[in-house]
Design a protein around this ligand. Structure first.
Ligand code: GDP
Length: 409
């Protein structure tokens, strides 16, 4: 079987000590993604500490290398299944993780939420569930780890499954599967477990393979216009196809105005007679009417974009100086840029605890998260982050500097 081209980005979250590093180490080891020398290093380190293989050492080791600048790739860990490549996105504290997710420097397509079978649900389990919900992540598998510490008890597993499902449901997440494992002994990680015979579901690796990649090419067209040029008397607009595809001869719509245009030609550097461009491609398009930066070219598909002056969003405040309700900000989404202000701060969260610190607040401070309403001077075209990420996230600027990032609800 040929590997899929796309590598799926996953994030592994859970309360401290519930086994994230061990699970990552296991996934790397059991999928043969570790060089022999690394395995030997962990073996020696484990023996020195008087243990069998201690997989969490691997992550400590990688972390140490990262800090000393040895590993080139600083934030990502890779492994393969028979089906595809996986990238594990680092979830370094909530603050950084949230910021990276919101500003789009990392985009998790699926999540594993880890739970210690002996300890059960803890504060961070709840917070992480909340964060996954807030980010609109819908592909979530729950992993109940350290089953070896509870005698592989089916009763314990069922009780915890019920409890975590209730919590996740509150945040609109339906876990795709709940898997009992022992990361330490590699049970149900990449191979089924003898001790967990009562469980008939997928292993962690199979559950990952069952997730689907975030496919933007089979969605409706979104082409934010970046620039327009006149070349040899012809109007050419350039941009990146963010979702769907566009073909020569297509009848498309340009938003927010709603005019109809037809595609006379598609232009790419050093290529002739192009019939089609799809998500991810940067192209020039020649239309029968002019189009300008900030407009969004769309097709009538199943995803209908929202055209609105009111944005309801979760934002992450990145600036050191705080924001007072009503101050002017510039809203930037794809190539759209519109002035506006935050009109309502419905909820303000402490970024470390994800606890609500204020309802109907007046101010947002450094690194705080808030659920807000933004009022714009002019309509913009947006989608839900979950459907088309590039059209569902935005940056807020003050005097040309980014001060916040957000996800449209
Ligand atoms: P993290 O903080 O979530 O990354 O947790 P670690 O992976 O560092 O694990 C914390 C401790 O739990 C370590 O001592 C691990 O050896 C131990 N641990 C992890 N998984 C298992 C497991 O499946 N069974 C048992 N008995 N211990 C485990």
């Amino acid at each position: 079987m040929a590997l899929e081209e796309h590598s799926l980005s996953i994030v592994i979250v859970g309360h401290v000590d519930h086994g994230k590093s061990t699970l990552i180490g296991r996934l790397l080891y059991d999928t043969g993604s570790l060089p022999e020398e690394k395995i030997n290093e962990i073996r020696i380190a484990s023996q020195t500490a008087g243990r069998e293989m201690e997989f969490s050492f691997l992550m400590d080791h990688l972390e140490e290398e990262r800090q000393r600048g040895i590993t080139i790739d600083i934030s990502q860990t890779f492994f393969n299944s028979d089906k595809r490549k996986y990238v594990i996105i680092d979830a370094p504290g909530h603050k950084e993780f949230l910021k990276n997710m919101i500003t789009g420097s990392s985009q998790a397509e699926a999540a594993l939420l880890l739970l210690d079978a002996a300890e059960g649900i803890r504060d961070q389990t709840r917070r992480h569930s909340y964060i996954l919900g807030m980010l609109g992540l819908r592909q979530v598998a729950v992993i109940i780890n350290k089953m070896d510490m509870v005698d592989y008890s089916k009763e314990r597993f069922t009780a915890l499954s019920d409890e975590i499902t209730k919590i996740l449901n509150q945040f609109n997440i339906q876990p795709s599967v709940i898997i009992p494992i022992s990361a330490r002994y590699g049970e149900n990680v990449a191979r089924p477990s003898e001790s967990l015979k009562w469980y008939a579901g997928p292993t962690v690796l199979q559950a990952l393979d069952n997730f689907s990649a975030l496919e933007v090419s089979n969605k409706s067209l979104r082409f934010p216009v970046q620039d327009e040029y006149t070349i040899d008397g012809r109007n050419i607009v350039v941009g990146r196809v963010e979702a769907g595809y566009i073909r020569k001869g297509d009848n498309v719509e340009i938003l927010p105005e709603g005019d109809r245009l037809s595609v006379l030609s598609i232009e790419k550097f050093l290529e002739n007679d192009i019939k089609m461009a799809e998500a991810g491609e940067c192209v020039g398009l020649c239309f029968d009417k002019p189009a300008t930066r900030g407009q969004i070219v769309v097709s009538n598909g199943n995803q209908i974009p929202r055209i609105t002056e009111k944005i309801h969003a979760n934002i992450f405040w990145m600036s050191d100086s705080s924001y007072k309700k009503g101050e002017p900000v510039t809203f930037k989404c794809a190539t759209q840029e519109v002035n506006g202000r935050i009109n309502n701060i419905y909820k303000l969260f402490d970024p470390a605890t994800i606890e609500i610190v204020d309802n109907d607040a007046e101010e947002i401070g450094a690194a705080e998260i808030a659920e807000v309403e933004i009022i714009l001077e002019k309509s913009v075209v947006v989608d839900s982050f979950n459907e088309i990420p590039e059209m569902g996230r935005f940056v807020l600027e003050k005097m040309g500097h980014p001060v916040g990032g957000g996800i449209i609800l």
